[in-house]
Design a protein around this ligand. Structure first.
Ligand code: SF4
Ligand code: SF4
Length: 145
């Protein structure tokens, strides 16, 4: 990967490896969101997709996620513009799209894959799996991200 690629290279020119490496592994995009009106921003809940590993905050079915989860959000450089409002403010893709730098705790800065958890910026120990929550109770799990 090229040095400081997220600062120096336009998003559409990133290699596949660089694009994937941008993800901080927070797991926030795998939380269920509510949207009361199409014109309003989505509201986060602490209820996670059934396929999210709640300890590592990684998808357990990553290579087949589209087949396994029909509303899984698959980000690409081409759809980032349309999807950006569904991403949390801390999301690296959102930050780069908004021409902002990655936070200090991002592993690309810290060189430690666990820094997202250690700094309290992942959903580790904060999320509950959707298999334990009824759809009508989702509003009880609203959080701000
Ligand atoms: S919110 Fe962004 S940075 Fe965090 S896991 Fe999802 S895609 Fe990666
Ligand atoms: S299937 Fe999609 S939403 Fe579910 S954990 Fe995997 S990436 Fe996240």
């Amino acid at each position: 990967m090229r040095k400081d690629f997220w600062k120096n290279i336009p998003i559409e020119k990133l290699t596949r490896e660089e694009w994937e490496a941008l993800c901080d592994g927070c797991g926030k995009c795998c939380l269920i969101k509510l949207q009361k009106d199409k014109l309003l921003a989505p509201i986060y809940t602490s209820v996670a997709c059934e396929f999210l590993n709640l300890k590592s905050c990684r998808c357990t079915v990553y290579s087949s996620r589209v087949k396994k989860k029909k509303d899984c959000l698959v980000l690409t450089p081409d759809n980032l513009q349309q999807m950006v409002e569904w991403l949390p403010n801390s999301c690296s893709y959102r930050l780069v799209h908004e021409k902002k730098d990655l936070p200090d705790w991002h592993y690309l800065n810290k060189k430690n894959q666990k820094s997202v958890h250690i700094s309290g910026n992942s959903v580790q120990n904060l999320a509950i799996s959707e298999i334990f929550v009824a759809e009508e109770d989702l509003e009880d799990f609203i959080v701000k991200y």
